[in-house]
Design a protein around this ligand. Structure first.
Ligand code: MLY
Length: 265
């Protein structure tokens, strides 16, 4: 059975607040996703960002596209918002006087690239310019505070969007922690990163929001990470708990980080 994750009750149970939407570089109303699977476009190669390559839409998920670079393998798919500045209609690169590049790890001999390019574009369905939405402006300044909740991409599993908490703030950077998951998944990013979203984003876009994990207890003899939380642990997570410890946290430590959410202690 599945317990449906609900932000309203979760915020109440954890006594926490959602990051105000104006702190995030996302549209208040998520852009419509007008792309179709198999359409082609230009995208910056995530592994070689100065290269503009041909990409094919492999999947649609909420306001995002699952993309695969033409001439690459199926192990390096990546996800982009329809209003990402990393993607553009075919022809944009040439218009700016640039040249389309083979992706990093191009599977053929480099000399066959020009012919490959012709063939991959021949008869292809090119995503029309109207599919590409304008990137929202940068919010100024960094208005995140430690403890604010949001939705964030798990960069190790970038198809996943998960409930997250701001664990730290330093200048233009924020530390993204994943509720109920161990620190290995946490990361620093700019406050205007396109990988973080306001609470309720997935509900609006139809993307699937992951439920919080239960895997935060850091034991020295830690066994293989559990991937699906047990019913019992999941239930214990639902029980009211305040993430901010009653006692004053040690200097330099932020409340709610690295604390076992589902622990009985
Ligand atoms: N099977 C993976 C999935 C981890 C996902 C963690 N995210 C949601 C923060 C693992 O356990 O490593």
């Amino acid at each position: 059975f599945l317990e449906h994750f609900n932000w309203d009750s979760y915020l109440k149970e954890t006594g926490s607040q959602a990051a105000p939407p104006h702190c995030l570089r996302q549209s208040r109303i998520p852009p419509s996703n007008d792309f179709k699977v198999s359409m082609k476009l230009e995208a910056h190669d995530p592994r070689n960002v100065t290269s503009v390559c041909i990409a094919t839409v492999i999947g649609i998920t909420g306001a995002r596209l699952r993309l695969r670079l033409d001439g690459s393998d199926n192990k390096n798919d990546f996800w982009r918002l329809v209003d990402s500045s990393d993607i553009q209609p075919i022809g944009s690169c040439e218009k700016k006087g640039g040249m389309l590049q083979p992706p990093l790890g191009f599977q053929m001999n480099a000399s066959s690239w020009p012919m490959f390019l012709l063939r991959t574009l021949n008869g292809a369905e090119m995503a029309p310019a109207t599919c590409f939405k304008k990137e929202p402006p940068k919010p100024t300044p960094n208005c995140f505070k430690v403890g604010m909740k949001l939705e964030a991409i798990d960069r190790k599993n970038p198809y996943l969007i998960c409930p997250a908490t701001i664990g730290d703030v330093k200048g233009d950077e924020v530390f993204i922690t994943f509720d109920g998951w161990r620190g290995a998944f946490y990361y620093w990013c700019k406050y205007d990163s396109r990988d973080i979203f306001p609470v309720g984003w997935c509900d609006l876009t139809g993307d699937a929001l992951q439920p919080p994990g239960n895997n935060v207890s850091i034991t020295k003899t830690s066994a293989k990470p559990q991937t699906s939380p047990s019913k019992a642990t999941r239930r214990s997570m639902q029980s009211p708990h305040k993430s901010v410890p009653a006692s004053a946290p040690a200097r330099g430590r932020k409340p709610g980080r690295g604390k076992p959410l589902g622990s009985t202690g």
